[in-house]
Every structure is written in C-alpha cells, then in structure tokens.
Design a binder for this molecule. Structure first.
Ligand SMILES: Cc1cc2nc3c(=O)[nH]c(=O)nc-3n(C[C@H](O)[C@H](O)[C@H](O)COP(=O)(O)O)c2cc1C
Length: 215
C-alpha cells in the first residue's frame, strides 16, 4: 500500500529524445489528489527526459543491485532490462514487471530557493503492487542511505555549491551506514560487494576524503 504524503524510494525510468532508456532512483510522494510529486536537482538526466517526453514509469523494487546500478552504473545495466510500457512513451524495468505505475507530467514548478524542479504527475495505469515477501535486513536501508548521500556529495562538490557546507556531515553519515552494513553482513556477501562498488565509485570522485581508511 502506498500511503499519501509519505516519501517512497522507487526507480524512475524514462526515454530521452533518441528513445534511449534511462533509470534512476528517486523519491516520490503521492498527494491528496492522487498525483505524484517528483523533485529533481537541476541537471538530472531523468529531469531532462521528463521535460522532453512528459512520460515516465515508477518501478517498485526491493532489489539492492538494481538500486546501486541505477544510481551510478546505468552503463552496466543489461541491454535488454528495459521494455517499452504499454500506451506510454517510457520504458519499465523488466525485473519490476507487474510492479510499476505509468504516469504523465501535468505541471512543472521551479523551486528557486532549494534549486529544485518539481514535476506534478498524473498516474496513468495504477496496478496493485505485488512485491514478493521480503525478509528485512538493515543493510538494505543503510545501502540506500549511502546511495542517497553519495549522490548529494557528488552534487555538492561542484565549485561554489551553496550546500557544500553539508559535505562533512554527509561523509560522516556514509561512514556510519558503512559500519552498520559491516556489522550486519559477513565479508564477501552481496551487500558487502555492493558497498565496496559504491564506495569505490564515490572515492574516485570525492578525492578530498579518504573513505577507504574508514571502510
Ligand atoms: C534512494 C534514492 C533516492 C533518490 N531520490 C532523488 C530525488 O528525489 N531527486 C533527485 O534529483 N535525485 C535523487 N536521487 C539521486 C539520483 O538517483 C542520482 O543522482 C541520479 O544519478 C541522478 O539522476 P539522473 O541519473 O537522472 O541524472 C536519489 C538516489 C537514491 C539512491
């Protein structure tokens, strides 16, 4: 069940003008009018794609690999992982078949104070979400926190970024969640592999901080 006015983390899939598919994790909120709100930082590929096609797919998933690859490694996604969704110019992720909503953009608002772009969207096909039973591990939520904070670190590293003052706190949060994953999973497990993959990627970009020393 998707409750109103709560932020859920999903994977948004879109086409660009050349009909090339793209996927990225995003937060969504369902408002009281049953519309979806998506908030983007300027420059996001998904944002540009929605500006041009005005259509997209919300994929519901618990797959940590999909979240990692859609955040930083779109180029490593299997070429046939996308399929055009029915009656809409946007792709869905095949592993999320039966667990996605299609939508059409109705309105775009610019939030100048927070440097964000908001799309208000109408759900076109709302199917019942039927995710298979999930055994909860704290590693999943910590991995998602690391991914979210890493994308912020990368964005805030831009020269003169107004939120660069948040970098020390974000790096600490990444370290905190990395330790948590290490506490609840054994070496060589899936979550440890995804953690190293993510931290190694981040380290190559955020060279001003040594994640490997703490990791
Ligand atoms: C769980 C999760 C939620 C995210 N939510 C948002 C969001 O609501 N808005 C946003 O602009 N980026 C969000 N991000 C970051 C984008 O997925 C990431 O920066 C992405 O690479 C940029 O989007 P793009 O690939 O469309 O350029 C989120 C990342 C994760 C891992």
């Amino acid at each position: 069940m998707v409750e109103k006015n709560t932020i859920y983390e999903i994977i948004l899939s879109t086409y660009n003008q050349q009909n090339e598919p793209h996927a990225a994790p995003m937060g969504i909120i369902l408002n009281d009018k049953n519309q979806i709100h998506l908030n983007f930082y300027e420059g996001a590929t998904s944002c540009k794609n929605l500006e041009s096609t005005k259509q997209g797919v919300i994929n519901f998933s618990w797959d940590p690999c999909l979240f990692v690859d859609c955040t930083f490694f779109n180029d490593q996604l299997a070429s046939d992982i996308f399929q055009k969704a029915p009656r809409i110019n946007a792709p869905f992720l095949k592993p999320c078949k039966g667990n996605y909503w299609t939508f059409i953009v109705k309105e775009k608002r610019i939030d100048k104070t927070n440097n964000k772009i908001r799309f208000i969207c109408e759900i076109q096909s709302e199917k019942t979400i039927d995710l298979s039973p999930r055994v909860y591990t704290r590693a999943f939520s910590s991995l998602l926190e690391i991914l979210i904070h890493s994308t912020r670190v990368i964005a805030f590293l831009e020269p003169n970024h107004p939120q660069s003052f948040q970098l020390p706190e974000l790096r600490q949060l990444i370290v905190h969640h990395s330790s948590l994953i290490k506490r609840v999973t054994p070496e060589n497990s899936l979550y440890r592999t995804l953690l190293s993959k993510t931290i190694n990627h981040l380290q190559q970009i955020d060279m001003g901080y040594n994640y490997n020393e703490v990791y």
